[in-house]
Design a binder for this molecule. Structure first.
Ligand SMILES: [Ca+2]
Ligand SMILES: [Ca+2]
Ligand SMILES: [Ca+2]
Length: 486
């Protein structure tokens, strides 16, 4: 199912005043990796065995390898942090968090990050999660998100001593993003999406990914503009003194103009990469720099005026938005439409790669997908991003690449980086394709076994194309073990 659109390897004319000299987007920087003998011997799927470790988890959301040799995961709907022994799938519940609010949408228990000193005898046996909760004591729902730290007790194998790192972050039933990551600088990095505004039932709520906090809002701990942002926090939730000044204000905001950034990872030299879901096109892979603007909702993918305009439903005039009927393709004439080229910003940064960019005359209707048209749209729905380092161990040819799981394709996309990490080399390679929604992955310490969690239910592409709701391995952990010579 890769034939719907070509890979976007074309460069664009955007000059990048804050960055090092411009490199063509996605153009192969052949000279840098020439002579890298990894390239010719990259392990393919035939070098792996696969098995299902267990299934029927309640929407597993994040998975990480723990220093205890267990896989740690969050269950978004089940509200549990679970430890799983990879050898036999034995489960241990570390905690069930009843305070989590879960509506049936994309909310619930979300992120998971382990302190780098967990179980190292340094008194920092900390586990961090994020989740949505309801601050309205009555029957209506006022959803927020918090990041919470727990302390792990290795004697009882449970989490306790809750400490709220930050509360009152925006929360939604859609596009929460919620990737939490420990940086090499021992700061917390956290992604928050645009909340799914300007589409479907939330079509009359404006996207605020370009809105930045004022000094008064920061002083009042009003985080309502933190939607469509990547945040950087001290471990106690305070604002790091070296966070970027953006528009004259220092806040938790590290970068902005994001749509739904579910993947975040650090590469060589501390480079930070993120991926995010595009609208009907242009899922993005981005190199994240402090203070930069990634363009959403004015730009999707490259600023190329192809197959995307910013249609702001909340500004509908004269017909109020509330009277309109949602349409994925052409908005009613009262909705203002803005071309990408009408937007410019000195801090704007284009993606390294898109999945996928298509021309204006692209036909979004594919009869193979029936009533699940969005499954056939030229996107993959990237759900995670992981830097796979170079080294003596691991899987041959995979070093210095990014692995990303995809929801719509049930696949891992492997993207080779250039030696300096500022561009990608060649075309992405698709691995481990099954009829599932891949949510996240982790690997063993020798980096030769990958563990992938799958959604419990949902839509994905079928085994021979089209769309299906029949998932092969619902709510599962799948193991892919490299069996060749390292
Ligand atoms: Ca309530
Ligand atoms: Ca962007
Ligand atoms: Ca574009």
């Amino acid at each position: 199912m890769l034939a719907t659109a070509s890979w976007t390897l074309a460069g664009c004319g955007y000059e990048d005043p804050l960055d090092e000299p411009l490199e063509a987007h996605g153009q192969a920087i052949v000279s840098e990796d020439a002579g890298d003998d990894e390239e010719s011997a990259a392990a393919d799927d035939a070098s792996f065995t696969s098995r299902e470790i267990l299934r029927d988890l309640s929407y597993p959301m994040r998975i990480v390898w723990g220093p205890d040799g267990y896989l740690w995961l969050t269950e978004r709907v089940g509200k549990r942090v679970v430890r799983v022994r990879p050898q036999d799938g034995q489960q241990t519940t570390a905690i069930t968090i009843s305070e989590v609010f879960q509506s049936g949408g994309q909310d619930g228990l979300l992120a998971l990050a382990l302190h780098p000193d967990l179980l190292k005898g340094k008194g920092k046996d900390y586990v961090y999660v994020s989740f949505t909760y309801d601050v309205d004591p009555g029957p209506s729902v006022d959803r927020r998100t918090k990041i919470r730290r727990y302390t792990y007790d290795p004697a009882t194998k449970t989490l306790g001593s809750p400490f709220d790192v930050i509360t009152g972050l925006p929360g939604s039933d859609d596009h929460n993003s919620a990737r939490l990551l420990f940086g090499p600088d021992r700061k917390l990095y956290y992604t928050i999406g645009d909340q799914g505004n300007n589409q479907f039932a939330r079509k009359c709520l404006p996207i605020r990914a370009q809105d930045l906090p004022t000094a008064a809002e920061v002083a009042a701990q009003d985080w309502s503009t933190y939607v469509g942002k990547i945040l950087r926090l001290n471990l106690d939730g305070s604002i790091p003194h070296d966070n970027p000044w953006i528009d004259g204000v220092r806040s938790h905001v590290y970068s902005y103009g994001h749509r739904n950034p579910q993947g975040l990872t650090f590469g060589r030299g501390g480079k930070l990469y993120a991926n995010e879901h595009g609208p009907k096109t242009d899922d993005e892979l981005n190199l994240i720099k402090p203070g930069r603007n990634y363009g959403w909702p004015h730009v999707a993918g490259y600023r190329d005026d192809q197959a995307y305009t910013y249609d702001n439903w909340s500004a509908s005039d004269p017909t109020p938005c509330e009277e309109l009927v949602w349409n994925d393709y052409v908005p009613p004439p009262s909705v203002p439409r803005q071309a990408e080229s009408a937007f410019s910003h000195p801090d704007f940064k284009e993606p390294l790669l898109t999945f996928f960019t298509v021309p204006n005359d692209y036909n979004f209707f594919d009869p193979a997908c029936g009533f699940l048209q969005y499954i056939c749209w030229p996107t993959i729905a990237p759900s995670s991003l992981h830097y796979y380092p170079k080294g003596w161990h691991g899987i041959p040819g995979w070093g210095n690449s990014l692995l990303m799981t995809a929801l719509k394709k049930g696949a891992v996309y492997r993207v080779k980086l250039s030696a300096n990490g500022k561009s990608v080399v060649g075309e992405p390679v698709v691995h481990f394709q099954t009829t599932n929604r891949y949510r996240d992955l982790a690997w063993s310490p020798d980096r030769r076994t990958l563990y992938i969690i799958t959604d419990t239910a949902g839509n994905t592409s079928g085994p021979t194309g089209g769309a299906t709701t029949a998932l092969e391995n619902p709510g599962a952990i799948l193991e892919f073990k490299f069996t060749g010579s390292p």
